[in-house]
Design a protein around this ligand. Structure first.
Ligand SMILES: Cc1ncc(COP(=O)(O)O)c(C=O)c1O
Length: 386
């Protein structure tokens, strides 16, 4: 069968394949510690599950309007306004099945052949994949360890051209755990205004801070009109499988993105949308408790990684990932990933799963218990010392 040529431009997220490989080994009886997973290992809080059950029983089993149930869009707008630095309107909110469609639809709606899109590298792999799929030119913005995995603003300035259509930022960052300093957000905002570029600000980890508080680029002048904010429930409420994401869009994008929703998935599941109200309007204590637990795990993993021969690890400020350099082990990133799975029974991801800029690094998720993290560190030490 001959596929459409556009399919050759579509990448993937290899995390899903790595997980399948590790699960297959586990099914054969091997003991595996999973540090490759990009989702909280917590359960969805009970009151959110109850809200979804009530919604199912009261008939939220049908199509909803493509951009979302109006009352849900209102609650999301109110929740996000507190962070964005302006009063978001429900009419600018679109609810999608997970946060990923926000990037998919934004890139499809804006970028085409001849356009350039700047994206973080290392970064979430779907950005580059979608930019290529849309026929636009991906322009990697290198995140460097020396800068705590943040963009160098002078370098970014040199990447911006009159063809720059979109600048993608992600803070806190997957895979590096970095947080873009406020002064750099301000500089990026000024650049976007200067060249009339749209910004896609992926803020899905906005609750996962180990120091400081979340700042959105939307608070800077001119940004409300040119920023798409990507957010959702997946990480903050341990709800990856519920598929609830949402975006706040500048006015001109609302109708086109709603049309993309109608053309692709029609709408987000109604009961998942209703559960969103419970997630956002009730106590945020479960999220705070989860982040406090992640902070402890971060300290264990960073200390342990820095004690391994050939490994060097910075302290992540947010999200739940570390991105240690493994160059000193003499292994490539892929070799390190494969060796750790095969010989240590530890599942983690090669830095190159996040773009060419990830060579020399691996991503380790600390979405696992302290006991399991300590076990993984012992196993890795045995392999690296042997
Ligand atoms: C940076 C980033 N953005 C977006 C997403 C997508 O989240 P969702 O599962 O809600 O589609 C992820 C998930 O891993 C992510 O890491």
């Amino acid at each position: 069968m001959k596929l459409a040529s556009r399919m050759s431009r579509l990448g993937t997220e290899t995390a899903f394949e790595a997980l399948a490989r590790a699960k297959a080994l586990e099914a054969q009886g091997r003991s595996i510690v999973f540090l490759g997973i990009g989702e909280p290992d917590f359960d969805t809080p009970e009151h959110i599950i109850d809200a979804a059950k009530d919604a199912l029983e009261s008939g939220f089993t049908h199509y909803t309007p493509s951009p979302g149930i109006p009352a849900v869009r209102e609650v999301i707008a109110a929740d996000m306004s507190a962070r964005l630095g302006y009063q978001a309107s429900a009419s600018n909110v679109i609810v999608t099945p997970g946060g990923k469609p926000i990037m998919f639809f934004t890139i499809l709606a804006l970028a085409e052949a001849g356009d350039e899109v700047i994206y973080p590298n290392p970064g979430f792999p779907i950005y580059e994949s979608m930019i290529r799929f849309a026929g636009a030119t991906p322009v990697p913005m290198q995140l460097r360890e020396e800068l705590d995995y943040n963009p160098n603003i002078d370098e970014l300035r040199s990447l911006v051209t009159p063809r720059t259509k979109l600048i993608i930022i992600n803070s806190p960052n997957n895979p590096c755990g970095s947080v873009i300093p406020e002064k750099d957000l301000e500089a990026i905002a000024a650049l976007a205004n200067e060249v009339d570029a749209v910004v896609l600000s992926d803020e899905i980890y906005k609750d996962f801070y180990f120091e400081g508080e979340h700042v959105s680029i939307t608070k800077f002048p001119g940004m409300r009109e040119r920023t798409v904010v990507l957010d959702g429930l997946s990480k903050s409420y341990a709800m990856t499988g519920w598929r609830v994401g949402y975006g706040v869009f500048p006015e001109p994008l609302v109708e086109p993105v709603s049309r993309l929703m109608t053309n692709s998935v029609s709408c987000t599941a109604g009961f998942s949308q209703i559960a969103t109200i419970a997630a956002l309007e009730s106590s945020q204590e479960p999220t705070r408790a989860m982040v406090a637990e992640f902070r402890q795990r971060r300290d264990v993993i960073v200390g342990g990684l820095n004690a391994l021969p050939g490994v060097r690890c910075r302290v992540p400020k947010g999200a739940f990932y570390t991105f240690p350099s493994i160059a000193g082990t003499g292994l490539s990133s892929q070799e390190f990933e494969h060796r750790m799975l095969a010989d240590a029974g530890v599942s983690l991801l090669s830095g190159t799963a996040f773009g060419a800029g990830g060579e020399g690094y691996v991503r380790i998720s600390f979405a696992n218990s302290v006991a399991n993290i300590e076990e993984a560190l012992r196993r890795m030490e045995r392999v690296l010392a042997g």
